[in-house]
Design a binder for this molecule. Structure first.
Ligand SMILES: [Zn+2]
Ligand SMILES: [Zn+2]
Length: 802
């Protein structure tokens, strides 16, 4: 029988370069089609041509860095050394050798260095050494490696890279697409298994008895791109890795963890929170880098008016399409990152159309790079970009991990990608092999992006944030304990592993009859599989399916938490440019029925939100103002929807809805200002609800800069007088049951966060408020009332300024 995915030496010409790319470019390895030396200054001049100079708000030039090498470790087998030499790697960079040495010595280690710094070599070196050295006399599996990536695509890329080394190592991916035959082979013979947290959670850990020989052989666990684990997902992954430790221990293994991360602040802490182990950090990057120029770019106002008569800026997507066109004309190989799939299409089409006018021969050299491509199709596109046949590519941020290209000159970002780590990761796609590179961050019309491009120090002078997540969230801890109990009954000795609150949570689960306690053991006795009861990528329950009423075809899905607002009867749903009208919503069945109908309006829901303080856990006084963090109960009721004309946004009708309230127990950060302070600040006679509401919106917009969340992960409530505090109060809460750690992070960094909020509002060039400062696209009150000067005065009073 042919073993699926057994690595064999590649046919001449195939894969060899891919191996080289994945293990990092070294000196002397030159792409076959080396483009001319980059002229970054010239490109910037071209972009800031007539009428556009003032859109460039800042240009930061980071100096080049020389490579730092180390010797190969003495414990490495010759076989491996030869494989890397063939791939163009003659010796490792210092950080690679250092991380490999820690791992080889059995110390858990996190390697946090830049894009293209060859992190895979750092874990492959000890892992492959252990595999080759651990084999039995007849080639039986000795030491196995379990590689965990956040996405299936990345695991597949890693497999291809590993195969490109041409070693005789039994490597395979294990994901939703794996055949039975492949799984059996992996269990019995697999030496290097590449998977994702979802498969661990749903399949491998619950079925660990069948995998016992594999788990018993695991010598290394590699957690790649670990800065991606944040929020509720991050908390789940932290517990999945603890369950993995426990299962390995059950079958006699005690693996060493090797984590790879983008450059983040305090990677050792991130590693420790993810694995529960003490972790050594290697952060000094020894790979060479050319000069990197980062341009910050603010699109102009369009002259048109949006909601409440506010001025609106040109979209980042239109702006990126123009910049892509110009860079392609300049001969720069450019990758544009865009948030949505539709945006990707728009950018590629618009750039091709513009090129057809100015340089027709270039029009066919721009392409979109979407999700849903087969690996071969992706490889073909990457190859065309690498060879220079393609000059411009537009891709979604989501594909960032899957893209394997080198020799790029420039990267365009349509909007801040959410974290500074992701920004540098994406910009780092350009300039591989020590060549100079250009990155351009184009602001979207929102408070965070606008703040960043007008306050470069917030992007450049700061250590890159670590991911925020909270493994103690009881909504995560409880189902994870159940899954662990199903894998093997919980004992008191397990509670230290699962962290503070685990014992209490297990007792509560026993009291509720979910777990059964006998003596000092907690059992899962339900017939259902515990791991099926929780989706580690969301906490909102099953998504609502959008179904075409006449045919039963599923058109799309929406999160259960947003169904009231977006899939109520009468809602307009837009899918790939087509409009659909929701006929009915059945929340019990998680189904909404739709009809394909052309309408010339869009709908937005209006809601009423109430918030009740359950417990204040922490507080800090700022003068007479008070800042708090604690548990809250948020109740949310969608009461009506508005029909708005497209594209003007003008409201043409409002229709009532009869939907039940939804409640959410979560954590929040809130601040209160007493009446006397309002009086002294001259705010007493002003539009207090408008000032508080505007400050709330802007603070939600800015929190992602400090808490690695998305503005859609958090919500807010503001009021001139809250019954629980008796004062003007502004709340910002976690949108996930039990909280995801974002609100607490807001409390911890409140001074910086609220100061940035104040600056974002005061610094915006609009008059009375716009989407770049105080307007919010998710406001349930149609951005009314909002008071821009009032918000600045209120924040000044809170911060004790002026
Ligand atoms: Zn504004
Ligand atoms: Zn609002």
């Amino acid at each position: 029988m042919r073993r699926p995915y057994q690595t064999t030496r590649p046919t001449p010409g195939a894969c060899v370069r891919r191996g080289a790319v994945a293990t990092g470019w070294q000196d002397g390895v030159v792409s076959p089609a080396t483009p001319p030396a980059p002229d970054v200054r010239g490109w910037v001049d071209a972009l800031t041509g007539p009428g556009r100079a003032d859109r460039l708000t800042h240009l930061e030039v980071l100096p080049p860095r020389a490579p730092a090498y180390a010797a190969w470790p003495a414990w490495m087998p010759t076989e491996l050394r030869l494989a890397w030499a063939e791939a163009g790697v003659d010796r490792p960079w210092r950080h690679q050798a250092e991380a490999a040495e820690h791992a080889h010595a059995g110390r858990h280690v996190v390697l946090a260095t830049g894009t293209a710094s060859g992190k895979s070599l750092a874990y492959q070196l000890p892992a492959l050494t252990a595999t080759l050295a651990g084999r039995g006399p007849r080639g039986e599996r000795g030491a196995a490696t379990l590689y965990v990536a956040p996405t299936k695509a990345l695991a597949q890329d890693q497999l291809a890279a590993l195969q490109g080394l041409g070693l005789d190592v039994r490597a395979t991916t294990h994901d939703g697409d794996s055949s039975h035959e492949q799984r059996d082979w992996a269990r019995d013979h697999g030496e290097y298994l590449l998977t994702n947290p979802d498969m661990l959670h749903r399949s491998m850990l619950p079925g660990h008895e069948r995998w016992r020989r594999f788990f018993g052989a695991v010598h290394y666990v590699v957690v790649d791109e670990c800065h991606h684990y944040r929020g509720v997902f991050g908390a789940h992954v932290a517990h999945v890795l603890r369950r993995l430790r426990r299962v390995c221990a059950l079958h006699g293994a005690d693996p060493t963890f090797v984590l790879a991360s983008a450059t983040v602040a305090d990677p050792a802490d991130l590693g420790a929170r993810l694995t529960g182990h003490e972790v050594v950090a290697v952060t000094e990057d020894g790979s060479p880098r050319g000069q990197v120029s980062l341009a910050l770019w603010e699109p102009p106002f369009t002259g048109q008016l949006g909601e409440q008569g506010a001025p609106v800026r040109r979209s980042a997507i239109s702006e990126v399409a123009d910049l892509l066109t110009d860079l392609v004309v300049e001969g720069a190989r450019t990758l544009a990152f865009v948030r949505s799939r539709r945006g990707v299409e728009t950018v590629a089409l618009a750039a091709a159309a513009q090129l057809a006018e100015v340089a027709p021969e270039l029009a066919a050299r721009v392409a979109p790079y979407r999700g849903g491509y087969l690996p071969e199709e992706r490889r073909a596109l990457e190859q065309r970009l690498r060879s220079g046949e393609l000059q411009g590519l537009a891709a979604t941020n989501a594909l960032e991990l899957g893209i394997d290209v080198s020799g790029l000159d420039a990267v365009l970002l349509a909007g801040f990608p959410g974290t500074r780590a992701a920004l540098w990761q994406q910009v780092g796609r350009a300039g591989r092999g020590g060549r100079d590179a250009l990155g351009v961050l184009v602001a979207r019309d929102d408070p965070l992006d606008t703040y960043l491009v007008t306050h470069p120090e917030a992007l450049l002078g700061q250590p890159v944030e670590a991911s925020v997540f909270d493994p103690a969230n009881r909504h995560v801890l409880a189902p994870q304990l159940c899954a662990a109990a199903e894998e093997h009954p919980l004992g008191v000795e397990d509670f230290a592993l699962f962290g503070a609150g685990a014992r209490e949570a297990a007792d509560a689960l026993a009291e509720a009859g979910v777990l059964r306690r006998r003596g000092a053991r907690w059992f899962w006795t339900d017939r259902r599989r515990a791991s099926d009861l929780v989706d580690i990528r969301s906490t909102g329950g099953a998504p609502v399916q959008l179904v075409e009423a006449d045919t039963g075809r599923v058109v799309g899905t929406v999160d259960a938490g947003r169904a009231h607002a977006t899939a109520h009867a009468g809602a307009v749903y837009v899918h790939f440019g087509e409009t659909w009208l929701v006929r009915s919503l059945d929340l019990e069945q998680h189904v909404a029925m739709l009809d394909r109908t052309d309408v010339d309006y869009a709908t937005t829901a209006r809601d009423v939100t109430d918030i009740r303080i359950v417990t204040e856990h922490r507080h800090a006084l700022r003068g007479r103002c008070r800042l708090s963090y604690g548990d809250v109960e948020v109740s949310h009721q969608v009461v009506s929807f508005l029909k708005r004309r497209v594209p003007s946004g003008e409201v043409v009708a409002e229709e009532p809805l009869d939907l039940p309230p939804r409640s959410l127990s979560t954590s929040a950060v809130w601040w209160t200002v007493p009446a006397a302070v309002l009086e002294e600040s001259g705010l007493a006679g002003t539009d207090l609800p408008g000032a508080a509401h505007a400050a709330e919106h802007a603070s939600i917009g800015l929190l992602p800069l400090f808490a690695t969340c998305d503005r859609w992960d958090i919500g807010g409530v503001s009021t001139a007088l809250h019954p629980d505090t008796g004062r003007l109060t502004v709340f910002v809460y976690d949108g996930h049951p039990g909280g995801a750690g974002f609100a607490e992070r807001g409390f911890d960094v409140a001074g910086d966060w609220l100061h940035a909020t104040r600056e974002a509002i005061a610094g915006c060039k609009c008059q009375g408020g716009c989407p770049s400062c105080i307007q919010s696209p998710k406001c349930g009150n149609q951005n009314n009332p909002l008071d821009k000067p009032g918000a600045v005065a209120l924040l000044d009073a809170l911060l004790g300024v002026g």
